[in-house]
Design a protein around this ligand. Structure first.
Ligand SMILES: [Zn+2]
Length: 349
């Protein structure tokens, strides 16, 4: 987390750093320590680069090597004091969140390992289906990574299955079509199924294409896909759609464009939100701005990518590695983040 804070403070002093520029997370400018140089003001041999979740300063002229905080202490004493305060605040918040996570995690470990929730009994996963099965063909068509196929299920008759899990969920006269669907079980950290998102594999009425159901009262908007698999100690990517999350490491999905969710809040220090690439969609941008204001980190898309989400980007030929690198390099937060996000939005190139 301190890396974000360091970047924010570095951006803050950047107007005072001669010849300042940034490329791929590496910052370059004229070293203020040695003057770099008296003879040629165009010289810029000071560099900040990332190492072990920290920014490290090196000057190729005077050879000085400093941590960010030492550099700042030398450069601007009053801003340095602010930085120290912010770092302390951050540490306290992180410590509290870590406690919460640790207790959650220990609690999850203490209960008997739930291998598979019984509600999924009898449903095949996509990798268990014949290669030419319509559901498998559909999922493969979306280039789903083969190691993720076992997370997706197939149900022959969605309506009947739901009624078996939750008797009376669909009334006998319900207009809902009893079709075959692929099924994403949405679980808690223990692997207990809290709800499902299903997707029709045959053409159907647009409003029934995706159906998300919660088996827990009044909690549809709180469902998060992937919590049972995620490592809470590592950075967590958060996407809108489930398919998108399958292409990113340690990722979860919020099933929509709203990130208002107490679980996400408790994971804030770990979370990098990867919104859909839809700068003209007011709903998407409004929600992202809200999260930036609330202190979350958000990944911004490169302007030359036209795909509207991660899955589309994969389908149009970008590799997972490329996207992860782009999102990591383009992660912003705080006020600076909000400014950068708004700049991105207004770029209509
Ligand atoms: Zn120097």
């Amino acid at each position: 987390m301190s890396l974000y804070l360091e970047r924010i403070f570095l951006n803050r002093i950047s107007p005072q750093l001669r010849n300042f520029s940034e490329k791929g997370g590496v910052y370059n400018f004229s070293c203020p320590i040695c003057g770099d140089s008296k003879k040629d003001s165009k010289k810029a041999r000071g560099y900040f680069f990332e190492g072990e979740n920290r920014l490290i300063y090196k000057c190729h002229n005077c050879g000085v090597s400093l941590s960010f905080s030492h550099f700042l202490k030398h450069f601007d004493k009053s801003l340095y004091r602010q930085f120290v305060m912010e770092t302390l605040k951050e540490k306290l918040i992180e410590k509290n969140q870590e406690e919460t996570l640790r207790t959650q995690f220990l609690r999850a470990k203490k209960t008997i390992e739930l291998v598979k929730d019984a509600v999924l009994d009898g449903l095949p996963t996509i990798d268990e289906l014949p290669k030419n099965h319509v559901a498998r063909v559909y999922v493969n068509g979306r280039k789903c990574p083969s190691e993720k196929l076992s997370l997706i299920y197939f149900v022959e008759n969605f309506k009947d299955w739901v009624n078996k899990v939750k008797p009376g969920f669909f009334k006998p006269d319900s207009k809902f079509i009893a079709d075959s669907r692929i099924l994403f079980p949405i679980m808690d950290v223990h692997g207990k199924v809290l709800g499902v998102q299903s997707r029709a594999i045959k053409p159907c009425d647009h409003k029934y294409r995706f159906i998300t159901l919660s088996f827990v009262e009044n909690s549809k908007e709180r469902l998060i896909f992937g919590l049972d698999k995620v490592d809470f100690k590592k950075p967590i990517f958060v996407t809108e759609g489930i398919f998108d999350s399958l292409f990113l490491p340690n990722a979860i999905a919020v099933l929509g464009s709203s990130y208002d969710n107490p679980t996400l809040k408790s994971l804030q220090s770990r979370v990098i939100i990867v919104p859909d690439n839809e700068k003209r969609n007011r709903e998407v941008t409004k929600n992202v701005e809200k999260m930036l204001k609330a202190g979350f980190s958000v990944a911004i898309w490169d302007n030359d990518i036209t795909a509207k989400d991660v899955n589309e980007a994969i389908l149009s030929g970008y590799s997972k590695e490329f996207l992860v690198k782009m999102f990591t390099n383009n992660t912003v937060s705080g006020l600076e983040g909000l400014v950068k996000y708004k700049l991105w939005q207004s770029d209509r190139s």
